[in-house]
Write a protein that binds this ligand. Structure first.
Ligand code: ARG
Ligand code: ZN
Length: 849
């Protein structure tokens, strides 16, 4: 159990452990209620660090016996671990402990899922397996013996022997305990091989529960593409004889990069055309890549302490984003990533949970696996690359791999590599790691006799614990268009370092139209009152696809805000300008589908908040509906043409080209459904032979309130498939009429298949409710109550998933006083609960503060 007064851990308190661990041997005698673990660990004093108290982490483990150099010892046991007197020089520690994986519902440490044993040790789960210095700067080689009757026995590294009821593994690469993994079960294998470019043959396996064998091919292709990409782009090869991936149904996060044994949430790896959408396929490809890329950025070079989490996560997200842009469409990928960043990271960065990319304190590190650490962390690396240029970036990465291979490194190490490789001073740039909050960038322009001047001002609003901010280095990509729409000045990277700074462009023959922050060159809010005609001009002519999309997005946002605030009519000028882009057949269908998407209701709430306006969820929802209706009416004459261009005639493949067409088709069907009452969607649903078409049709029908029969048919067709049933649960809440969403969600929590202890199913229902903006914020407070009820119920079993889902309440202060009071009441009700987990209590405390 957790202690009553949670401790805060500070970056500034970092101290090395004091000993080195030379070698670890573990024996697992697996049994659901009484697993025995024998450990044999060789400790030697660390010459670089003064010895202090010998403390080993350990939580929820029973010590059966312990010896030092063979002699029995009696350590002092605390709820967090044990303390013991130890000899002065090197010594061998041996211990036997007992744990109960079958009663581990937190899914952290060693637990059971559908009859299999599996582990999740990042960040601090290894201490629930045995006593150990569970900190990332302690790296050791591991030998593991597993004893179990189950047929497949896996751990990290290479297999070294096996027999009836046992298997042994050895991992030659020193690693921290958070990368330890063990999996045992009745599993089926999807095997393949990969030959590295130096000619080493690697056995690849994806292990799944019986029945899921047909859903592994795509993950395997993605793995091989990832291995090739890291060789070609970064010269990084794989370094073991085998690479194993396992799919697990009960998992708190997406996946985990354990050395040589990646463990995946089954939703993040299993796919077939009938059961997974194009978006699922793309996400799986990127998560496989992400975990594989961690082998170098995370495993070979790990983090000194958990404050450095962005060192591996920001970099690895950046790498998986580049991989996807190389394989698919760079423009489409950038737009998708920025839309995600604005939807998930901006609210965090501008609310009570704001924290720097490198936090300086925490109570529970699991609460810091956030959009800020991951996605803003990746943006920071993107900025670094933009500032130093592609070539210098490649050189710096080579130096990073050379210099720090085998290290537990810090952000200081990372930045020093860039300083040494480029000769730049990055001390000001480092503020991106220490200052929280989204900078706001405002722009003034001046035109004088052939010289065009842009003057930028940056302000970062206060965030918790950080009232005053210093100016940051902001790379601002700017291009200038001449009045006829040509590129007058191609993209130039302006490097802003001051609070207010001007940049002049000379020798122009006419006043240009600026395209600012091309490619979203920095994670900031650009505040510029651009006349609608200028945005429409950029929408028609900008050579930068991101800004072209963003011009349209801004016009849509502004039109919607005028509707929400002043009851304006849908902006016909924007709709017409958009129509001209949609008709342009030279444009990628995927890009045109993105252009057709309206800002989400949560994004509109965020933008209203940025403008100092209290968002009204019902008005936001109604305006969005009215806008979509107006688009449908205006675009009606071209829907047939667009649908024809979206037609795929080849056999199903989830590649960029086909997915792009289907997403355009989905957007067209959504408009069509507003005109035909669902006839086309019903026909598509009936004819669909892949999940993308089936689900896009079902979504349209649910939105139209016409989906009863199809929801039942879908249920009957897919009730045997856990992952598809998650979609069935989630979609009918996410797409429900907001007035009905809380009741819908409540009814589904009573459905016999609502297995609330499974995180995917729990999120499918309660997470979907939080995603239905106007439904969650229903004026009765029913959405808030339902979510709080379930969070209170889940917390004692699974603190991690509970704590993460509390963030649905993070924006509570921006709504009207009635809604604020109702959300506060639920937060306080959660906070007041006896025995609340450290995870949830930290989150609720921060949200309320
Ligand atoms: N390192 C994993 C990834 O980014 C995430 C694991 C996080 N798990 C956790 N319980 N905090 O792929
Ligand atoms: Zn990661």
């Amino acid at each position: 159990m957790k202690d009553a007064a949670p401790q805060t851990v500070y970056l500034s308190d970092y101290k090395p452990f004091g000993w080195r661990v030379e070698d670890v041997s573990l024996t697992f005698r697996l049994a659901p209620e009484a697993t025995r673990i024998l450990s044999r660990i060789r400790f030697a004093p660390d010459p670089a660090a003064p010895a202090q108290d010998f403390f080993l982490h350990g939580e929820d483990v029973s010590l059966i016996r312990a010896t030092i150099d063979g002699a029995e010892v009696t350590p002092e046991i605390t709820p967090q671990g044990l303390r013991c007197a130890v000899p002065e020089g090197a010594f061998t520690w041996e211990a036997e402990v007992e744990i109960a994986p079958a009663s581990n519902t937190a899914l952290e440490g060693l637990y059971m899922s559908g009859g299999m044993y599996c582990t999740q040790c990042e960040a601090e789960g290894f201490r629930k397996i045995t006593y150990y210095p569970d900190r990332p700067d302690v790296m050791a080689t591991f030998s593991v013996r597993i004893e179990s009757d189950l047929p497949v026995l896996l751990s990290n590294g290479n297999p070294t022997g096996s027999g009836d009821g046992w298997a042994e593994w050895h991992d030659p690469w020193p690693k921290p305990a958070y990368l330890f993994a063990l999996v045992t079960g009745d599993l089926r294998n999807h095997p393949d091989t990969f030959t590295t470019r130096s000619g080493k043959e690697v056995a690849l396996n994806i292990w799944v529960r019986p029945g899921d064998e047909g859903k592994c091919a795509w993950g395997m292709e993605a793995l091989k593409k990832s291995m090739t990409w890291d060789e070609e782009v970064h010269g990084r090869e794989y370094d073991l004889d085998v690479f194993n991936i396992v799919a697990v149904d009960d998992f708190n996060m997406g996946a985990m990069e354990n050395k040589g044994l990646n463990i995946f949430n089954s939703a993040a790896v299993l796919a077939s055309p009938e059961t997974a959408t194009d978006a699922n396929f793309e996400r799986i490809e990127s998560i496989i890549a992400h975990e594989y890329f961690h082998n170098w950025t995370g495993n070979r070079i790990t983090c000194r302490d958990w404050f450095q989490l962005c060192l591996k996560e920001g970099l690895t997200v950046f790498r998986d984003q580049q991989f996807t842009s190389d394989l698919r469409s760079a423009a489409v990928k950038r737009i998708e990533d920025v839309a995600q960043l604005r939807a998930r990271q901006f609210p965090e960065d501008q609310g009570p949970l704001a924290h720097p990319v490198r936090p300086e304190s925490f109570q529970e590190i699991n609460n810091f696996y956030t959009a800020t650490v991951y996605e803003k962390g990746a943006e920071v690396i993107g900025m670094l690359k933009r500032l130093v240029g592609d070539e210098a970036y490649a050189k710096a990465l080579d130096l990073y791999f050379d210099r720090h291979d085998g290290d537990a490194a810090t952000i200081e190490d990372w930045l020093r590599v860039f300083e040494d490789a480029t000769g730049r001073d990055l001390s000001q740039f480092k503020r991106w790691y220490s200052q929280a909050g989204t900078p706001r960038l405002s722009v003034e322009e001046a035109w004088d006799d052939g010289t065009y001047t842009l003057t930028f001002t940056q302000v970062t609003p206060p965030t918790p614990g950080q009232p005053d901010k210093a100016p940051q280095v902001i790379p601002i990509a700017v291009g200038l268009l001449s009045p006829n729409g040509d590129e007058a000045v191609p993209t130039r990277m302006l490097e802003m370092t001051e609070g207010k700074q001007s940049f002049a462009f000379e020798g122009l023959s006419a006043r240009p139209v600026p395209s600012i922050l091309r490619g979203f060159s920095a994670p900031v809010v650009l505040e510029r009152d651009v006349p609608a005609e200028e945005r429409a001009f950029l929408l028609a002519h900008d050579a930068d696809p991101f800004n072209r999309w963003d011009s349209s997005r801004s016009l849509a946002r502004e039109a919607l805000i005028a509707m929400i605030r002043d009851g304006a009519e849908p902006d016909a000028t924007w709709i017409d300008a958009l129509g001209r882009v949609l008709r342009d057949e030279t444009l990628d269908p995927a890009f045109r589908a993105l252009m057709l998407g309206l800002p989400t209701q949560a994004e509109l709430a965020q933008v209203l908040h940025e403008k100092g306006v209290t968002p009204d969820p019902d008005a936001i929802c109604n305006s969005t509906e009215a806008m979509a209706d107006a688009m449908a009416k205006r675009f009606e004459p071209m829907l047939d043409d667009l649908a024809a261009q979206a037609q795929v005639d080849a056999p199903y493949a989830p590649d960029a080209e086909q997915s792009g067409k289907r997403s355009l088709g989905g957007a067209v069907l959504a408009l069509r459904t507003r005109l035909d009452g669902g006839a086309a969607a019903r026909a598509q649903f009936a004819a669909a032979d892949n999940m993308t078409l089936q689900l896009s049709a079902l979504t349209c029908l649910i939105r139209a309130g016409e989906a009863r029969a199809e929801l039942d048919a879908f249920h009957d067709q897919w009730q045997g498939d856990r992952l598809v049933m998650d979609k069935w649960f989630g979609l009918q809440i996410a797409a429900a009429d907001p007035a009905e969403a809380p009741d819908r969600a409540k009814a589904l929590t009573q459905h016999p298949a609502f297995d609330w202890k499974n995180p995917n199913r729990f999120r499918a229902v309660l997470g979907a409710l939080a995603m239905n903006h106007a439904g969650f914020h229903h004026k009765t407070g029913a959405g808030y109550r339902l979510l709080a009820d379930w969070l209170l119920r889940l917390d004692p079993l699974n603190p991690q998933t509970t704590a993460r889902m509390c963030s649905a309440f993070q924006t509570w202060r921006r709504y009207d006083t009635g809604r604020q009071a109702m959300m506060k009441e639920q937060l306080e009700r959660i906070a007041a609960k006896d025995g609340l987990s450290r995870d949830t209590s930290e989150m609720v405390g921060r949200i309320l503060s």
